[in-house]
Design a protein around this ligand. Structure first.
Ligand code: COA
Length: 165
């Protein structure tokens, strides 16, 4: 089990998953738009717990729940995973009321700082579906640049973004 420190931003805190987050996480994935953008299926709360346990025991993956500091509520998640030696970054604001309000940017900055300062990573990659124009602008604003295309583990076309840390 990894010992993940809390990471404090201005309005958010990144913390490890807790089983009490499962109902919210499952509710987020009822949103067809979100599922399409992140390529995920609907998950029951029990399936969320089991997936999170799998991620928590994966030494190549760091997964954080993004919480709203004011309410303490979970609003999304962010992760970095070593895939073929390349650190792959992911982020979703699951609770749509928190999208477009700068929370994603803040969470990404916290995770990037942890990835560089604590994990010693020097770069990050992101695989984004080409139709996810919002995520593309989000990554470009975070100084990621397009470096190519790929197919993900389910053979879906992606564009690959990269940045130095
Ligand atoms: C994409 C996502 C992570 C961005 O996080 P966010 O908190 O909503 O975004 P922010 O408010 O921090 O905005 C940062 C930048 O993202 C882009 N962005 C955000 N909302 C946007 C929108 N509705 N349309 C186009 N670009 C948008 C803009 O470049 C924005 O910068 P600006 O505010 O100066 O215009 C979030 O909206 C989300 O989780 N979407 C659904 C899941 C997803 O697509 N995850 C990424 C999978 S690769």
């Amino acid at each position: 089990m990894k010992d993940l420190p809390l990471i404090h931003g201005k309005r958010i805190i990144l913390r490890p998953f807790d089983p009490s987050d499962a109902a919210d996480y499952s509710a987020w994935l009822k949103d067809a738009y979100l599922r399409r953008m992140v390529g995920e299926s609907q998950l029951t709360p029990a399936e969320v717990v089991s997936k999170q346990e799998e991620w928590a025991s994966d030494e190549k993956m760091v997964e954080y729940i993004i919480t709203d500091k004011a309410s303490g509520k979970p609003i999304g998640d962010t992760s970095v995973k070593l895939e073929d030696g390349k650190p792959k970054f992911g982020l979703m604001i699951g609770d749509q009321r928190y999208r477009d309000g700068g929370y994603g940017t803040e969470a990404a900055e916290c995770l990037m700082s942890y990835a560089k300062g604590v994990l010693g990573m020097q770069e990050l990659y992101a695989e984004i579906f080409p139709f996810n124009t919002k995520s593309i602008s989000f990554h470009e604003k975070l100084k990621f640049s397009k470096v190519g295309t790929s197919v993900d583990d389910k053979n879906r076309d992606c564009v690959v973004y990269y940045r130095n840390l």
